[in-house]
Design a binder for this molecule. Sequence first.
Ligand code: AMP
Length: 593
Amino acid sequence: MEPTMANGSSSDIISWFEDVSENAPSVQTRTLRRILQLNFAVEYLKKWIGEVSIEDMEDKALESLYTSLVPLASHADFEPYVQRIADGEKAALITQEPITTLSLSSGTTDGRQKYVPFTRHSSKTTLQIFKLAAAYRSRIYSTKEGGRILEFIYSSKQFKTKGGITVGTATTHYYASEEFKIKQRETKSYICSPEEVISSGDYKQSTYCHLLLGLYFNDQVEFIASTFAFSIVQSFRSFEESWKDICNDIRDGTLSSKITIPSVRKAVLDIISVPNPSLAKRVISKCVELEEMDWVGLIPKLWPNAKYVYSIMTGSMQHYLTKLRHYAGDLPLVSGDYGSTESWIGVNVDPCCPPEKVSFAVVPTFSYFEFIPLNRSENEDGKSAIDDFIEDDPVPLSNVKIGKQYEIVLTTFTGLYRYRLGDVVEVVGFHRNTPKLNFICRRKLILTVNIDKNTENDLQLVVEKGSKILRKARAELVDFTSHAEVVKNPGHYIIYWEIKGEVEERILEECCREMDASFVDHGYVVSRRSNSIGPLELCIVEKGTFKKIMENFIANGAALSQFKTPRCTSNQVLLRILHLCTIKRFHSTAYGP
Ligand code: AMP
């Protein structure tokens, strides 16, 4: 039987993964058996399976029994159990081992933070996927042992529920775990910042210190990383403003008075307190040149030994690729792996693949995965489909087909059974016998007024077309979101843009028209032609609006490490911010004046 986790060197880890991917179908049925053996007697499973003895059952028979008796479920089905755990109930509700920690999912994808069980297994699989991905990267990009990573990572605050359970984001639990230290030791690369900086709880202070320490160790930095690409982009945007203060600190061995948290001050000053005027001078002269060139190629210029930039750049992060390339110059961008607070899913085994084309090989020991086949709905009356897809029955990993799209269903070691994750993926190939997935979008429809159906991905494509016009006019789209306005009749889409640079109004009118005309969804086109959906509205918001949105999420417990700008929102607080910050409005004339 294959071990669930590999230990040892990079080549051991890769050969372990090659082996489990070769045998992915049988590894999956054994993974399911393990999960059920561990948790068979828990209240949730007993409710569906009863008292059947599973010990003597064949793996395949157990899989059929499980999928025929236990229903597909959503987060709402687990909420009452998770609530009882949070309240301190000790009975075996969803896992045999008591759950002492809960994670908060970022909530930035569907607007609501969810509590998700977190166990030692969660930290172990995080360590496992990071080591595995590092092993694949090291085959292509050789980094120096003992080198450093400039890693923009942030913990959120942890708190206790009334039942004494620790709550925080999954990344927060991981950064606080032993596994985070083991990963640095075993991959022989160390983050520039001490733990106090990661967990300061104030993202601005953390970012300043990450940048300062990154420059302090600049010759040793082997690569630049973050969980999601957004954090790298926002860090370098802030560097454009703060580089002079950072250079002063390097020169004098001091720390700006903006850093007010005593533990952070102490930890950083312990490292940088020896003045380093020659380094400061070098950095200043590079920054002066960079500033003149609008910071193109900032990363290789300031971190000459960096081999690549590593972060999740797919899905809702795709928008930041343009800016990331701007900062990264010729350095390769390596797309980070695929997972969620609920479970890790797939690893990037082709680190040199451009982020637009990257796929993730499913790790078949992490969870038991099922795939709901999704077909694009031809139905135009909008009555039967809850969204754009018609579903078939879920299939196991062994039955997925190349070219088809699926929603992922998870059965985890942490007590989620046939849990619909809500992500849509496409199978684009196989790594030995485990599927390679392209992340397509969140399942939830994001823009709909009546019979029209547009996903996050559809919106992304439309915004990309509009922002091309903007780029030609030498301006930059900083960030965007959208809203389906249905209060007035006819309803219409609003797209909010924050832009950098001066743009003439006629250009923005053109962007607005182009985006309206670029929604190819049949329901939208028909409705626009008949005016049952009104002209698309483009609202330009003032500088700093999206920062306010991010800060609003962070104030509510989200961590910057997991933050994703919601691409569509009905959240009243966000809509108020957007409304108050709107400085210009345009209405599309794509379907007539
Ligand atoms: P959360 O657990 O709330 O921080 O977010 C997990 C979600 O982030 C997943 O369900 C995906 O929708 C998205 N996500 C995670 N990894 C990737 C990736 N590599 N590419 C695209 N989206 C991702």
